[in-house]
Design a protein around this ligand. Structure first.
Ligand SMILES: Nc1ncnc2c1ncn2[C@@H]1O[C@H](COP(=O)(O)OP(=O)(O)OP(=O)(O)O)[C@@H](O)[C@H]1O
Ligand SMILES: [Mg+2]
Length: 260
């Protein structure tokens, strides 16, 4: 049996602001295994980012607990790399200096720094853009920079919050292929937040469907598609259509507006 890497125990979060209470997450319980790729899907505002932030030690739970490798998460765990929902590259840094940032924080300098940044730039298909500033890049290129900045420190656990949410379908598919290729190499444990069901099926081993706010687990679906996956051909397969229809109905119920 593969070991449990992330243990989510009855996790709840209620935000309190000036006398107002917003219950965001309710009693979420889930074990995520080593090397597993798990997608969290659910409607906007259902608490996906909040769950990820609690796993990553950025938000304190109101109830329950997260354990990583058996240890309760209190601060940002050293095993964890985070790719945020918002475009988080620094506009005043070049591509190479954005990607190298994580290494700088860890005190990796000199030839080792150069080598690893060069390798990351090659993997991201950004050769020739080392000295470019983010403003001159496309959205897809900026997301590659953000992804590489996280991967360069080789985190064993990767938390990704709608990293491709703002991109067009074709750019997204390219990045799915690239992410899967990178993941086949390293097999990080991944928690990937999205509201795009196609994306979840393409990437994940398991899909956790959340209810609308406060987010609770509605269904856990195992994606049976074999790997390695061809992100283009996959979409034309009957198996993909079957997976899609199995989840779509359940997820669709959560998109009906309240009182609707
Ligand atoms: N720091 C905060 N203070 C107060 N309320 C918050 C805070 N962060 C999130 N919330 C509230 O918690 C709920 C869940 O927010 P969250 O960002 O986790 O949703 P989400 O599922 O990631 O949505 P989206 O798909 O739009 O990114 C929302 O109602 C939001 O307003
Ligand atoms: Mg979010």
């Amino acid at each position: 049996m593969p070991r449990v890497r992330i243990e989510i125990r009855n996790l709840s979060k209620t935000f309190r602001e000036g006398g107002r209470e917003v219950p965001a997450v309710s009693e979420v319980a889930l074990d995520i295994l080593d090397k597993e790729f798990v997608a969290l899907v659910g409607p906007s505002g259902c608490g996906k980012s909040t769950i990820l932030n609690m796993i990553g030690g950025l938000v304190a739970p109101s109830g329950g607990q997260v354990l990583i490798d058996g240890a309760p998460v209190v601060d940002v765990p050293r095993q964890v790399g985070y790719v945020f929902q918002k475009d988080t590259v620094f506009p005043w840094r070049t591509v190479a200096r954005n990607i190298g940032l994580g290494l700088e924080y860890r005190g990796v300098t000199g030839p080792e720094h150069e080598r690893r940044v060069g390798e990351a730039i090659r993997l991201a298909g950004l050769v020739g853009f080392e000295d470019a500033f983010p403003a001159t890049l496309s959205g897809g290129m900026r997301q590659r920079v953000a992804l590489m900045r996280t991967l360069i420190v080789e985190p064993e656990i990767l938390l990704m919050d709608e990293p491709f949410g703002a991109l067009d379908t074709h750019t997204k598919l390219n990045l799915h292929a690239e992410l899967l290729a990178l993941w086949e190499g390293k097999h990080q444990t991944v928690v990937f937040v999205t509201h795009d069901l196609s994306e979840a099926i393409t990437l994940a081993d398991r899909i956790v469907v959340l209810t609308r706010r406060p987010g609770r687990i509605k269904m856990i679906h195992e994606v049976k598609l074999p790997r390695p996956r061809d992100v283009i051909k996959l979409r034309e397969s009957d198996e993909y259509a079957r997976e899609y229809s199995q989840i779509w109905h359940v997820l669709g119920e959560e998109f009906i507006p309240e009182g609707g």
